[in-house]
Design a protein around this ligand. Structure first.
Ligand code: C2E
Ligand code: MG
Ligand code: MG
Length: 569
């Protein structure tokens, strides 16, 4: 900021400020420049630090020569003050032979170079100055790179956080608010994939330019990576004004972009969060704006959402559950219940599915619907899932030790987040070893929607699990959109037909036909079928008629604690 206020002293001429109280030395400096410099050098000489600083605030210099012993300041303190007045101007320290050590410290403290009086000639001085200028320029470039997005030149997250922090600190003295607008392009990935990365990059640059054009002076825009742009507006007098800015941003981006001669339309989802007082935290504000942006996406995109009390309540509620879940895991409030899976042909026990329950100290026994989603969102699912796996494997080992002649297969659910964890295979191997459970009896269930997200990556993880000797099941089959190829390619042994199809069987012939198709398809691919949610005798009969291998549902038994299962367990 300060440097912009300074006047330029003229092009082509090197402007040097010599802060030096010894007139003889100052004269010498001038002489040396005259004899050695290639271009014109204008040396301005002041003999006090205070005068030097006021000159630096007024005009732009290319370099400062600073004597370390001045009448009004000495040593590193003088350097500090100079650097505060003009961070972007290189400084060369002049020292006597006696304080060369101090000069060296000055270089560590940010001076670009030092020269010892009496050991300098013109060539050395000129070289030192041009080197100092180059070095300062490189430093400034690095500093810029660390705080800006390479592609668009906009500030990055770090710089934005800093500016937001400053804006919030200023807030207390004013009667206005600060708004953060989180903008995310809709379907950017599709554009990027179809037109190529180069076109995608150009689009992002154009978006940055348009965003910048809409902002008022004092506002700033940043790119957080990908297609996420965040805008900071100060002096906002309420939600309505923030909304108007969001509308202006969206309007600016709604005109077509020209990429490779093609018109490309982009829509933007905007989340708005307002800081109500000085106590607002920069991180929290960005998080709120991000959450609001997600709401806008959920509504179909192309709209804005203001982070409001309802969202705040949900966020607080989520935090509550998160906290309580941590405690629940520590205090072993989680229980595992088991639901029998029965061979349809004979009615004999095939295995059980482990289903987690939370014995809440106040609310009683809670089902997974109440907490699994939050556990997933917050990442607690890793600990939760591990605990369930350990308990289930220990149970499996106990049953097997008790009745080795009757194998009971143990199914455990894995969530999407768990599958993405790089240590998953190692963790499962470790649990199997510690609990001495038989890998051949363990089956891991993965929901269909999870699997289809990234076939390649998923394939690797599933292969790793298979190598442990584990069985794999695709859960809730029919609810996602998996292709036959995916089912054929991935190493699943079992297909679990979603409850909704089983329930629909006696209602419509069409649903019946789907179940029949899934069963024969699975068999054709060499996979076993398990029907979920079997509640009625008619369903048992139909499924048996269709050749379904295993049934699971209230008709046979509800999930129960291990001691109450029956089936001779
Ligand atoms: P899921 O894996 O599809 O489990 C079957 C769900 O259907 C269970 O619900 C079970 O109680 C219920 N169910 C079984 N038979 C019937 C029936 O005849 N009729 C009806 N209406 N429902 C039946 P639950 O225990 O509430 O679990 C719900 C979901 O939570 C599970 O669906 C699974 O996706 C998830 N889940 C449960 N335990 C875990 C766990 O340890 N880890 C993870 N990641 N997810 C789990
Ligand atoms: Mg399951
Ligand atoms: Mg299921």
């Amino acid at each position: 900021m300060r440097s912009e206020a300074r006047t330029d002293l003229g092009e082509g001429v090197l402007h040097v400020l010599a802060v030096e109280d010894n007139p003889g030395d100052a004269l010498l400096v001038r002489k040396m420049f005259d004899e050695a410099a290639e271009g014109p050098v204008l040396v301005e000489h002041v003999n006090r630090l205070a005068t030097g600083i006021s000159r630096l605030l007024d005009a732009r210099y290319d370099c400062v020569l600073l004597d370390l012993s001045l009448p009004d300041a000495t040593g590193l303190d003088a350097l500090d003050q100079i650097r505060t007045a003009a961070v972007d101007v290189p400084v060369i320290v002049l020292s006597g032979r006696a304080d060369e050590e101090l000069a060296r410290r000055a270089v560590q403290d940010g001076a670009q170079d030092y020269l010892v009086k009496g050991q300098v000639d013109g060539r050395l001085l000129v070289r030192s100055v041009s080197y100092a200028i180059e070095r300062k320029r490189a430093e400034a470039q690095l500093a810029h790179q660390a705080l800006h997005d390479q592609l668009t030149g906009l500030p990055n997250r770090a710089l934005f956080l800093d500016r937001l922090g400053q804006a919030l600190a200023r807030l207390g003295r004013r009667d206005t608010s600060v708004a953060v607008l989180f903008c995310d392009l809709d379907r950017f990935k599709v554009i990027n994939d179809s037109l190529g990365h180069a076109a995608g990059d150009r689009l992002l640059v154009d978006v940055a330019t348009r965003l910048f054009g809409v902002l008022r002076t004092g506002d700033s825009a940043a790119r957080f990576g990908g297609d996420e742009f965040v805008v900071l507006c100060e002096e906002i007098d309420g939600e309505q004004q923030a909304i108007r800015i969001a509308e202006r941003l969206s309007a600016a981006l709604s005109a077509p972009f020209l990429l490779d001669g093609e018109e490309v339309y982009v829509r933007t989802s905007v989340g708005i969060a307002l800081a109500l007082d000085q106590n607002a935290h920069a991180d929290a504000l960005i998080r709120d704006a991000d959450a609001a942006m997600y709401r806008a996406k959920e509504r179909g995109g192309g709209v804005y959402e203001v982070f409001d009390d309802a969202m705040r309540e949900r966020a607080v509620e989520r935090q509550h559950v998160e906290h309580a879940l941590h405690r629940a895991i520590d205090r072993h409030e989680l229980e595992v219940h088991y639901q029998p899976q029965v061979r349809m042909a004979t009615g004999a026990l095939y295995g059980v599915e482990a289903l987690v329950r939370w014995r809440h100290p106040e609310r009683g026994l809670l089902g997974p619907a109440e907490f699994i989603a939050t556990a997933e969102e917050t990442g607690i699912i890793h600990q939760l899932g591990l605990q369930v796996l350990e308990v289930a494997c220990a149970q499996s080992a106990t049953w097997q030790a008790r009745r080795p002649e009757v194998p009971v297969r143990m199914s455990v659910n894995l969530s999407a987040r768990q599958l993405q964890h790089p240590e998953l295979v190692a963790t499962v191997a470790d649990v199997l070893e510690r609990t001495r459970a038989d890998p051949g009896l363990l089956c891991l269930e993965v929901t269909e929607t999870t699997v289809m997200e990234d076939l390649g990556a998923m394939g690797k993880v599933l292969d790793g699990l298979k190598e442990l000797g584990i069985t794999l099941a695709v859960d809730d089959f029919g609810t996602g959109y998996s292709s036959l190829r995916a089912l054929q390619r991935l190493p699943f042994d079992i297909v679990k037909i979603d409850r909704s199809f089983v329930a629909g069987m006696h209602r419509s012939e069409q649903e019946s036909a789907i179940v029949a198709a899934v069963i024969s398809l699975s068999h054709a691919l060499g996979k076993r079928t398990v029907a979920e949610g079997v509640e009625l005798v008619e369903q048992v009969e139909r499924l048996r008629g269709l050749g379904c291998d295993v049934g699971q549902g209230y008709h046979y038994a509800r999930p129960k604690p291990p001691g109450e299962l029956g089936y001779g367990l």
